[in-house]
Design a protein around this ligand. Sequence first.
Ligand code: GDP
Length: 432
Amino acid sequence: MPATIVLGTQWGDEGKGKAVDYLADGMDFVVRYQGGNNAGHTVIAEGRLLKLQLIPSGVLYPHITPVIADGVVIDPRHLLRELDDLRGTGVDVSRLQVSGNCHLIMPYHLELEKVTQRFLGHNALGTTKRGIGPAYADKAARIGLRVQDLFDQKIFREKLEIVLREKNAILTKLYGRLPLDGDVIVDEYMDLAGRLEPYVADTSTLLHRALRDGKSVMLEGAQGTLLDLDKGTYPFVTSSNPVAAAACIGAGVGPKDIDEVWGVSKAYSTRVGAGPFPSEIEGDLADHLRDRGGEYGTTTGRPRRIGWIDLIALRYAARINSLTALVLTKLDVLSGMERIPVCTGYRSQEGAELDHFPYHQSVLHHATPTLVELPGWEEDIGEARREEDLPEAARAYLDFVARFVGVPIALVGVGPGRDQVIWTEVTAPAAG
Ligand code: GDP
């Protein structure tokens, strides 16, 4: 029975929250498979605005079991705060299942990220400084502590003492900071352990049984394909793998369990922070789209960089993720433009025409976009609910994207409201 992956195809902020929320109705399980509390969606519960960063928004639906699977890194203090906030608004959080294999974000991860990013100066990546990158680094170095370690104080203390010796040496000798006290950490984390225990489970087995019993499972990616640690624009990437293949690892299901992979893309592009962005634009038009689309960081308020939809990058995302459908959000933001440029190729610094996403960082850095201008439309499309309600030019725009990328468009966003979507059947006869 169906397991569906929903992920971002660009640099995050594609409007995945809404797509996930929309599809959640038909799901039994909604699963986070990577990242940490650096994601984030805003949900409204009991009239209160809540910012969830770790817990899948599926928690709001009584019929859904929300799962935080193996591939996620967890700051237990943060997770318990989110649970308290949800509980405070009357949401039943008892169904949440957290994998015992998740790696823990420890106090020294936050401390180290702060000082190392400062140390890097203008080369800093502009991370969220929540200890996520350092926690993943320790996982790869095999010195990470996991959720399951919380339930054996002796093991927890032993592992902590070994790792803390090195971390404190770095903090004190390299960065001139105060050392962290292992006893304080043990006391704090043992206290948190008691509160987390009811939610901890073998989530891989849970999902395996769910699929065997014909339940619907949605695997929800955070960030986006071009921020993937391996497949994104390294080093300007996140510290985990949002791509579809990683959903299997992160959730503990096999590739054959996946039926659908839905890729969410904006009708244009945005990027936060540094890194290559070939279809970027600046000036009045960028400012206009930024304001119209509300393209400012959710927590930082930082203006996002703006560009045209990059069909080369999108085709790359389609290939990397085996996309079966596209969700195109924020089409309404493009209303009122006479012509809409779309990026259909790159030109390298040497003048070569590229029809694919270059693997080499320097090539991508210097690539300029080849743009095709499609006719725009004047009408406000916020009220459109069926494909036929859209202006001819908007339909032609969707058709062009689907054909070029070679993936059908299943859902289109025409406004921020929950109901401002259109189920479409824009097919993709042949990849360009
Ligand atoms: P995520 O980071 O990819 O999960 O993105 P979010 O779900 O946080 O969406 C970012 C913002 O875009 C939210 O404020 C949404 O309400 C808004 N949004 C989503 N879809 C649309 C759309 O089709 N049109 C417009 N105008 N806004 C949208």
